[in-house]
Design a protein around this ligand. Structure first.
Ligand code: CP
Ligand code: NVA
Length: 305
């Protein structure tokens, strides 16, 4: 494993190892055990999109590991003025020990990883969000005591979260159901890859436009914003089309009685989820947010130590 670009690239074993390491690092941090495993190392963090959780969790994580996080906004570096990904990669590898990047075009992250001799971590593209899903799997494990055999239902837009959740579920042994409106389905190449992964793991992937079918008996219910970063112009139209996919009390009743509710955040209450669900007793959204820290520390240790 040189990079973390997509969970599809990882073996089931590699995903399991990352989750186990994340749990171990969390335990150490909670008991005040210092772990300066990346002492003297520097992580460059390129952002061409906004972030609260990702930026803070990577910066704090790198600091807790004894390393140095360097925030690089695309407004400030030459990449934002048209310097090539190739030149950026070749220059940054001379200074840094790893690069984390959040950007629009997934191909840019693939190219960066190909050109740079140092590890590259995908911190969200329009296509995928693997770091979030590692944190989500860790959270599901903490709340359910297992991952194997659980059912995760994702209701909403066929976006980066839906894609990475499919890959993550297949690798970690969960069944997965995705419900999206007809014209907002998941990327067909991702679905084809995911189907292969599910076949290998012997678990089920359901793709439907019926939220009730998807959520039926689910152990984990997941949604995400209907308007991802970069789609702001489509906001009004999307809010109308997606309303039947809102995760509200009525829909949530079809999930398993002890189902947990998850959301990568930021959330828009009254749209993709109602207050009664996201702020209710079965919501674990802030555990997920915290686990970004621990799961990503596991990624950085694995790739950069
Ligand atoms: N979930 C997530 O990636 O949050 P941010 O956009 O705040 O980083
Ligand atoms: N789908 C959302 C996820 C935010 C963490 C987006 O891409 O904006």
């Amino acid at each position: 494993m040189k990079d973390l670009i997509s969970l599809h690239d990882l073996t089931n074993e590699e995903v399991k190892d990352l989750l186990e390491l994340g749990i171990k690092l969390k335990k150490e941090q909670k008991s005040g055990i210092e772990h300066h495993i990346l002492k003297g190392k520097t992580l460059g963090m390129i952002f061409t999109k906004s972030s609260t959780r990702t930026r803070v969790s990577f910066e704090v994580g790198m600091t807790q590991l004894g390393g140095y996080p360097l925030f690089l906004s695309s407004n400030d570096i030459q990449l934002g003025r048209g310097e090539t990904i190739y030149d950026t990669a070749k220059v940054l590898e001379r200074f840094l020990d790893g690069i984390m990047i959040r950007t629009f075009d997934h191909q840019d992250v693939i190219d960066l990883a190909e050109y740079a001799d140092i590890p590259v971590i995908n911190a969200l593209t329009d296509l995928l969000h693997p770091c979030q899903v590692l944190a989500d799997l860790m959270t599901a494990y903490e709340h359910k005591g297992r991952l194997e055999g659980l059912k995760l239902a994702y209701i909403g837009d066929g976006n980066n979260m839906a894609h990475s959740l499919m890959y993550g579920c297949a690798k970690a042994g969960l069944d997965c159901a995705i419900a999206t409106p007809d014209n907002y389905q998941c990327d067909s190449e991702v679905v084809a890859n995911a189907k292969d992964d599910f076949k290998k793991s012997g678990k089920e992937l359901i793709i439907t436009n019926d939220p009730v079918e998807a959520i039926k008996n689910a152990d984990v219910v997941y949604t995400d914003t209907w308007v991802s970063m970069g789609q702001e112009a489509e906001k009004a139209e999307r809010q109308k089309i997606f309303m039947p996919y809102q995760v509200n009390g009525e829909l949530f009743k079809h999930a398993a009685d002890d189902a947990v509710f998850m959301h990568c955040l930021p959330a828009y209450r009254g749209y993709e989820v109602t207050e009664e669900v996201i702020d209710g007793p079965q919501s674990v959204i802030f555990d997920e947010a915290e686990n970004r820290l621990h799961a990503q520390k596991a990624v950085m240790v694995t790739l950069m130590k």
